[in-house]
Design a protein around this ligand. Sequence first.
Ligand code: CTP
Ligand code: C5P
Length: 377
Amino acid sequence: MTQNNAKKPIRVWTDGCFDMVHFGHANACRQAKALGDYLIVGVHSDEEICKHKGPPVYNEQERYKMVRAIKWVDEVVESAPYVTTIDTLDTYNCDFCVHGDDITLTSEGIDTYHLVKEHKRYREVKRTQGVSTTDLVGRMLLLTKSHHENDESKLPCAETAKDLSTSNETFSPWTRSCQFLATTNKIIQFSDGREPRPGDRVVYTAGAFDLFHIGLLEFLEKVKKEGDYIIVGLHTDPVVNRYKGSNYPIMNLHERTLSVLACRYVDEVVIGAPYKVTKELLEHFKVDLVVHGHTQVAPDVDGSDPYEEPKKQGKFKVVDSDNKLTTADIVERIIAHKLDYEKRNREKELKEAKVFQIHSEMKKKEPNQYKAVNLNQ
Ligand code: CTP
Ligand code: C5P
C-alpha cells in the first residue's frame, strides 16, 4: 500500500484596506506568509472603506494591483468583506486569518475579526511601528520635512502627530506610535539576497521612487521585461529634495528602500545611489542596460546629463510605463480632499485610542487569548 506523506500546504488569509500600500502592509504580508505556504490577501472595495473608515487615497483598482505586486502575496481577492467571515476562509480553503496586532473596528464599533477570533481561526503578527497611511497623509498635508534622513533634530512622526492630534486622548498608539527605525535585519528580511546568475541581463534604473504608487509599479513591471536582474538605485533625501523641492521626498531613504524591495520585480536596491550614472557604477554592477521612464530628467548640479555615460556606451533606453501618475499627483489628491482626510485621520485615531485602552486591559487579564473588542460594551 502506498502512503501519501505529502503535507497539506497551509493556506493563510489576511485582509485589509491597504491604502497607499506601504512597507508596513508589505511586512504584514511577509509575516503572514511565513506562518504558512500560500498567502491569499483580501482587499476591501472603495465602497466598504468609505463606509467604515472614510475615503481611501488610492482607488480599489490601484490597491488590488499594488498588493498583487508585493512579493510574498500569492493571490488577491478583490472586494473582500470588511468583517472576515468563516465562510470566506472556507471558500478560499484557508486555515486561518492573520492580522497585525492592532484592532480594527467597523463603523458600528465592532471588531472586524470577532468571528474568526471566536472560532480560533485568527493569528496575529507584529504591526510595523512608525509607518501608517495616516502619518503619510499628515506629512503631505503639513508639508513637514522632519522625516528626512538628515534631520536629526526631530522624531519623524512627532511633528505631524502633535499638529494633527487635538489632545492626548486622540493620540493613537498604533497609527502614530513613533519613528520607524530601519535595521539591517529588516532589510535582510525584505531582500532576496540573490546575486545575478551567470548570463543574467542586468538592468539599472535610478530615481526617487517616493510613495511607491501605481505609476512607479507599472514602470518597474515594464523594466522587468528588459532583463533578468533589476537593480533600483535610490537617490538620497537631499538629492531628491534638490530636484523635486518642497518637502519631497515624502518617504525617507530607509522607507523608500523597503517599499521598493517589497516589489516582486526588484532584485536589488542601491541605498543612496549617485545621481550621475558613472562608468564605475556600470562596471561595478555589470550593468547591461540603464533605463528611465517618460518623465523629465533633471540635470546634475553642474548642469550635465546624469545619463551621459550609459548613452555614450549605447546602454540607455527610455521605457514608457503608459502611466502618467506621479508622486505630486498623489499629493494633489490629498490636498484636494484635505478636509475628508483630516476628518478620517482624527476619527481613526480617536477610535484607536479608546480601543487601545480596552484591549490593553483584556491582554493584562488574558495575555494569550485573542478576544474580540466591542466599543459599544
Ligand atoms: N499593518 C501593519 N503595520 C502597519 C500598518 C498596517 O502591520 N504599520 C497591517 C495591519 O495590521 C493589517 C494590514 O497591515 O494586518 C492591512 O492594514 P489596513 O487594513 O490597511 O489597515 P491600517 O492598519 O489602518 O493601515 P494604516 O495604518 O496604514 O492606515
Ligand atoms: O520620479 P521618480 O524618480 O520616482 O521616478 C522613478 C522612475 O519611474 C523614473 O524613471 C520615471 O520616469 C518612472 N516613472 C514612470 N511612470 C510614472 C512615474 C514614474 O515611468 N507614472
